[in-house]
Design a protein around this ligand. Structure first.
Ligand SMILES: [Zn+2]
Ligand SMILES: [Zn+2]
Length: 689
């Protein structure tokens, strides 16, 4: 080991001169033993050349860049990282050159990943101790925990999983240090081959260069081919749980052996783990696929096909109310509604450019006598044809054309889910044609509409993402630098002038322009784009759109694509989960359930039902020969906002006994008073009930 001195630059700006070979743990201890104890790993950025003594030993080839995907790929685990970029290392990694160093404590978002990957080693340790015949695949951290792939001829049973979890607790209690070791590659490969470790052989062969030394981590007697980093010892994996198991073919190929993928999760504290499990339970309780079935909102039929849901009467009622709500809001904000066909000639999409950029996501064309038709993946070209249907002047602008437009996207069957991922969807779509100097105001007005609609629907968990293009990706984006510059600048200015906070997302733009995505978070904190506003200079060019300006000259309009409440499918799926099926009174498919106490009150039930329907309510009478409590329970299980109960006393007084969802029995009141009260709640679209 060299006795050179290296400079360690710390986040507070101070610089420490330390002997080469000093570890981050040494540095932490020299600052404070408490910091050392709280640290999990270190984040280093080389100031020049090689920072960690062994970093060149793996001999990774640079083309194996980590791939971006939801599930961590094998490359993301084993491939070499850019040596100039910040990276995480073990607290025990010997430092070899001038670097900036940041100690990663439990609060750092990356710390959880290090912990979870370490937990995957603990899982593999436990599995091999209990089932030594098992062969190891790989075990990365995921967004919500970790997994490890195993090959074993016999499937793991639920009892096996319980035993594995118990054994993991032993491994944690043993508090074994994770120690990094190196071995010549050819020796490692020979050992793996001898043991029949076909997956490890594959990883070493693929991700290391001949003649190099490969990196292993040992805890106790367990050894795994891995590049790290890990927490210092198994004892740091304090709160860990085995979650589930699933099958996967080795390398995703059905001809290969089937692996067993065990999923788990880990946290720094029992409290964090318990909170996560509670959230997971809450998410299960709210799952729109489960509630959609229980509350009879929608169904999926094999005979229709995957991703093509059937809206049952109750789900259709919610959707229709949502549609009426947004159409009314748009009308009051200067939009004009149109209808356009769901299919068009392929030529239209060739002209728009969608065919070139988007046709992987489209259903294949249908051949007619001498033309080809496609199901539309977007509504924009149709609205452009409406713009083109007559000569336009500046007096027509801004022209706001809106439609509940049905579109078809070819999503892979594996990606389809309930109402949230479908192949046929109806978008609350509109296209605003305006002059360049109107963009900012139109954009701001759309933003205000989004905020208004979210408030009315009770949506509070959302954030804005300004999605920009990636100048390096000429394939994905229209090549027009001036257009991108202008579009992105105008959106930033509008957002800043509204005082809205937003994140920027490079490479997230549409192919024709920048956009603002409104991201909604679910119970688990996962964000998805629901509403978008996109500024488009490209399609007007593509179609050669024009208007006559006040000066008599011809000018090109700009298009703004916008969707306020997303597709009906996705918004209804979101609202089902937001409200856990307990829709506010104005959106509830059945607003009022009627419970006549006995058969002799059926005539009065009919009168009450007629009066309520006349006042515009959606009512259901339970006229079965059942006990009153059973009827009340059934309406409550359907999350009906109001349940009205009546017997002799109520009938005599022209009254009803009112049970309000979440509040229970509210006592008896005259029917007319109830109608007035409930009508007021519906009229204000209250989200209180
Ligand atoms: Zn590892
Ligand atoms: Zn559009």
């Amino acid at each position: 080991m060299s006795t050179n001195t290296i400079a360690v630059h710390l986040p507070d700006g101070s610089i420490r001169e330390v002997p080469s070979g000093t570890t981050p743990l040494d540095v932490a201890n020299s600052i404070s033993p408490r910091l050392a104890a709280a640290s999990v790993a270190a984040r280093i950025t080389p100031l020049a050349a090689t920072a960690v003594q062994n970093s060149a030993r793996d001999g990774h080839s640079p083309e194996n860049k980590p791939a971006a995907s939801e599930e961590p790929s094998e490359a993301s685990m084993y491939a070499a990282e850019d040596s100039a970029a910040p990276r995480l290392v073990d607290l025990s990694a010997p430092l070899a050159s001038d670097i900036t160093l940041e100690l990663v404590t439990e609060k750092d978002p990356d710390a959880l990943k290090v912990l979870r990957h370490s937990a995957a080693h603990v899982l593999a340790t436990a599995v091999l101790e209990l089932f030594p015949e098992t062969k190891l695949g790989h075990g990365p951290a995921t967004d919500s925990g970790f997994f490890y792939d195993f090959y074993r001829a016999q499937p793991f049973t639920p009892e096996n999983l319980a035993a594995i979890e118990a054994k993991m607790a032993e491994v944690v209690a043993r508090n074994e240090p994770f120690v990094r070791e190196y071995e010549p590659r050819e020796q490692a490969l020979a050992e793996f081959a001898k043991d029949g470790d076909f997956m490890k052989t594959h990883f070493v062969t693929k991700f290391t260069a001949p003649g190099s030394e490969v990196s292993f981590y040992r805890n106790g007697t367990f050894i795994d081919f891995c590049r790290g980093p890990h927490v210092p010892s198994t004892g740091r994996v304090k709160a860990v749980k085995v979650m589930s198991i699933s099958g996967a073919y080795w390398l995703g190929d059905q001809k290969n052996p089937q692996l067993q993928r065990i999923y788990g999760t880990a946290f720094f504290s029992r409290k964090d783990l318990d909170e996560y499990l509670e959230r997971l339970e809450d998410a299960r309780r709210r799952d729109h696929r489960r509630l959609g079935k229980e509350l009879e909102l929608f169904a999926v039929s094999d005979e229709v096909g995957a991703g093509l849901p059937l809206w049952l009467p109750k789900g259709a009622t919610i959707r229709r109310l949502l549609e009426e709500y947004i159409l009314d809001l748009e009308r009051r904000n200067g939009y004009e509604h149109v209808y356009t066909p769901d299919i068009a000639k392929v030529d239209l999409y060739v002209r728009s450019g969608h065919w070139a950029h988007y046709h992987d996501s489209m259903f294949p064309p249908m051949k007619l006598e001498n033309e080809e038709m496609v199901l539309r993946p977007m509504n924009c070209p149709h609205h452009i044809l409406i713009y083109e249907s007559k000569p336009r002047s500046y007096r027509d602008l801004p022209l706001r054309l809106a439609e509940l437009g049905t579109m078809y996207r070819y999503e892979l069957s594996g990606a389809l889910s309930g109402l949230s991922r479908v192949r046929c969807m109806t978008l609350n779509d509109a296209h605003i044609f305006c002059s360049p100097d109107q963009i900012k105001e139109e954009f701001s007005n759309v933003m205000k509409l989004v905020e208004r609609a979210y408030r009315d629907l009770g949506i509070t968990q959302y954030s804005y993402r300004l999605s920009l293009h990636d100048p390096a990706n000429k394939e994905k984006y229209v090549d027009n630098d001036a257009m991108w510059e202008l579009g992105e600048r105008v959106l930033r200015e509008a957002l800043d002038s509204l005082g809205l906070k937003y994140k920027e997302g490079k490479g997230e733009a549409a192919f024709y322009g920048p956009k603002l995505d409104i991201q909604l978070a679910d119970v688990m904190g996962h964000e998805e784009t629901y509403s978008t506003i996109q500024v488009d200079f490209h399609l007007p060019n593509q179609f050669g759109l024009e208007y006559t300006a006040a000066d008599g000259n011809r000018h090109r309009p700009v298009m703004i694509h916008r969707a306020i409440i997303s597709t009906m499918e996705r918004m209804v799926s979101y609202l089902i989960e937001l409200y856990a099926g307990a829709f506010p009174l104005w959106l509830a498919p059945v607003q009022i359930g009627l419970v006549p106490i006995s058969e002799r009150h059926l005539a009065y039930a009919q009168k009450v039902e007629a009066a309520l329907k006349d006042a515009g309510f959606r009512v259901e009478t339970d006229d079965r020969n059942e006990k009153m409590n059973a009827k009340i329970r059934d309406f409550a299980n359907q999350k009906t906002p109001y349940i009205l109960v009546f017997g002799d006393k109520e009938e005599g007084a022209g009254a009803v006994s009112v049970r309000t969802r979440g509040k229970g029995d509210q006592g008896s009141m005259p029917l007319a008073d109830f109608i007035a009260k409930a009508t007021a709640l519906v009229d204000m679209q209250s989200t209180e009930l």
